[in-house]
Design a protein around this ligand. Structure first.
Ligand SMILES: [Zn+2]
Length: 95
């Protein structure tokens, strides 16, 4: 793995809510590692909140109206619940 000097192929991005650093090559449900397009939605694997892609490797928080639309999508709700549930299970395992 190469570190640094890869500004054009940066795969890391930060959650706009909790600042958790993620990699877009994971969790997309495929291994093509396609760069997300502006307007695409990503669910944070840490806090389970949705972020909207800007043109670059950056996420912003959805507006109130966007959030209302997102929360009508079953795939989004499913992901949010799945992430929350897995975190709870992991937490209870550590005790
Ligand atoms: Zn987050």
């Amino acid at each position: 793995m190469m570190l640094g000097k890869e500004h054009h192929h940066r795969k890391e991005f930060k959650c706009p809510w909790c600042k958790h650093v993620m990699d877009w090559s994971i969790g997309a449900g495929n291994d093509t590692q396609t760069k997300p397009q502006a307007g695409d939605v990503t669910i944070c694997i840490e806090c389970a909140k949705p972020g909207i892609w800007l043109g670059s490797a950056e996420l912003r928080r959805p507006t109130y109206e966007e959030a209302q639309t997102l929360l009508q999508r079953e795939d989004i709700i499913f992901l949010m619940l799945a992430i929350k549930t897995m975190h709870e299970i992991e937490k209870s395992k550590c005790k």
